[in-house]
Design a protein around this ligand. Sequence first.
Ligand SMILES: *Cc1c(COP(=O)(O)O)cnc(C)c1O
Length: 373
Amino acid sequence: MTSCIPFLDLKAINLRHRDQMHAALDRVLDSGWAILGQEVSFFEEAFASYCGVRHCIGVGNGLDALHLVLRAWNIGPGDEVIVPSNTYIATWLAVSHAGALPVPVEPDPETYNLDPNRIERAITPRTRAIIAVHLYGQPCDMAPIMAIADKHGLKVLEDAAQAHGATYEGHRTGSLGHAAGFSFYPGKNLGALGDAGGVTTNDDMLADKIRTLRNYGSRKKYVNDVLGFNSRLDEFQAALLTEKLKMLDNDNAHRNEIAKHYLSALSKVFGISLPKVLPSCNSSWHLFVVRHPERNQIAASLSDAGIGSLIHYPIAPHQQKAYAGHMATMSSLSIAERMQTEVLSLPIGPTMTLKEAERVSECLIQQLSKRTA
Ligand SMILES: *Cc1c(COP(=O)(O)O)cnc(C)c1O
């Protein structure tokens, strides 16, 4: 019997850091300080410098990171924000929780990212911002997006929750728009041992506003300047993230090896569509997502062979019950609706071996050649 290949082996990923994690916990215990202290400052500096920006502000999670930026830009009721139709629902919720309206734009089905050619059609006098989601780890085609934003006076917020360390024209995500929201949820490429998130920006004023908003709208204890939130980063999570950040480039390079294997091994397999990476991009390969009309059968056969796979995402945000009655009437989002029936995420991760990736591709090749025969 060959062993199973999990979709993502989070336990193995974190156990590589066991000693550093224990040391981090000791440092926090010895400091006697639990929230927003020295460890958070260290991590904020390290991550800002990693992304190539002046500021990182640690917050409670990725959703808050996005939401707080929109709040800091005074985006709210009556405003519209352009979002991809095929993203994780958090992108949309950030807009809704700010009180604004998410306006979906369809993706390029080959890169899975916002299609810049469709953005201008969605802009109205109420549009204030575009959220560019670097979906599955590949940066959006930012040059045309920034040009459209400049032309119409819009802000660009990167949703970089899946794209830590990915680059566009040599620049890291987090530095490509006016601000970015990151998630350090355990399963992300840079993940804590609990919820955590961060905002990156070069804008000093924005950074100061986010620092205030995350901590009850307060700059000075018990003095509250604005109606703030409680979205702070823990010292322990920050200490872990500082340690894990050192491994991020290695981990992403390993994911890239696995992705390269899939791309070449599966390139000639009939019926399967592979992700397209723009020449200007290095993906962080948070997910390796293929498309096939018989996605469900393929997932079932992989599962029979002991191979994990997942669907990101099975229901587009506009079709979620949560958004029933909250959407402006709109034309159907046929690309997102079709993609959700065809996408399948294959196993990929920093502790998965190339041998395992070969087993996955062999299993797919075997199955799909049977299907066409
Ligand atoms: C994970 C994720 C988020 C939200 O991050 P949380 O830390 O879970 O709040 C937002 N956007 C995208 C694209 C994500 O994948």
